[in-house]
Design a protein around this ligand. Structure first.
Ligand SMILES: Nc1ncnc2c1ncn2[C@@H]1O[C@H](COP(=O)(O)OP(=O)(O)OP(=O)(O)O)[C@@H](O)[C@H]1O
Length: 234
């Protein structure tokens, strides 16, 4: 069976003010696969991720042209379609940042946060979803007895897994991860890598990485940002 295209990027051009960072980018991302985006610093890798869920719209002076399609519930949706609520887009195409960004609240509330935004009021269901997300993020055993503690007291690696759990709680179709291990030591990075491998198949993953060995271990497909565009390298 042919792989399903989850995200299709057509003729994407991205500018900050008068400076063009990406030009005429065409790329596809397959459902359930992990695609790595590599390339030297400052070439537009993070910018590219931001184009996939419209995060760039929050950045003054940024402008994206072209089309990004995401397949949701069997239909391709244009992410820039004004009738596509950005909150829904970012729930289904979720971002995990380089530096973990736990909210100033408890571990439990951090993971339950997207459920609250989605209007889920049933506490028992929320508790189940939070536990499931923490288990899938390989964090449950470490935090199950301290769910009411401030999330900012967790280690860097635990905070990153918490942020992944928070994204997973909203059941995203696509997870965008911007150098998710670069602020972590080797052991913590290894746990995140293992976690990403278990997410493959259930979620479409797009991972910006600087580490070639990591990319070789994890990626099904690799794009390199070069000459202001994305080139498929493997
Ligand atoms: N808000 C902004 N305003 C103006 N220019 C920006 C802005 N954000 C990024 N840039 C510029 O756009 C280019 C691409 O930045 P981006 O962060 O996407 O690169 P990157 O490949 O992810 O880099 P790194 O690997 O260092 O994280 C850089 O030259 C950067 O200086």
């Amino acid at each position: 069976m042919d792989p399903v295209i989850k995200i299709r990027v057509e003729e994407l051009t991205f500018r900050y003010g008068t400076r063009t960072v990406l030009r005429d980018v065409n790329a596809v991302f397959f459902e359930g696969a992990l695609t790595a985006v590599v390339g030297p610093s400052g070439r537009g890798k993070s910018t590219f991720l931001m184009a996939l869920n419209r995060l760039w719209e929050e950045v003054p002076g940024a402008d994206a042209r072209g089309r990004v399609w995401v397949r949701l519930d069997g239909n391709e949706r244009l992410v820039s379609d004004p009738s596509f609520p950005v909150t829904e887009l970012r729930r289904r195409v979720a971002m995990v940042f380089q530096v973990p960004n736990p909210l100033p609240m408890s571990i439990f509330k951090n993971v339950a946060f997207p459920l609250k935004v989605m209007g889920l009021r049933d506490k028992a269901v929320a508790a189940e979803v939070v536990e499931d997300a923490l288990r899938r993020a390989f964090l449950w055993d470490e935090v199950k007895d301290r769910l009411r503690e401030d999330a900012r007291l967790l280690s860097g690696g635990q905070q990153q897994r918490l942020c992944i759990a928070r994204a997973l709680a909203a059941q995203p179709d696509v997870l965008l991860l911007d150098e998710p291990t670069s602020s972590l030591d080797a052991r913590a990075a290894g746990i995140i890598e293992e976690l990403l491998l278990t997410l493959k198949g259930r979620c479409t993953l797009v991972v910006v990485s600087h580490y070639l060995e990591q990319v070789e271990r994890l990626a099904d497909q690799v794009y390199e940002v070069a000459d202001e565009t994305l080139q498929l390298v493997s």
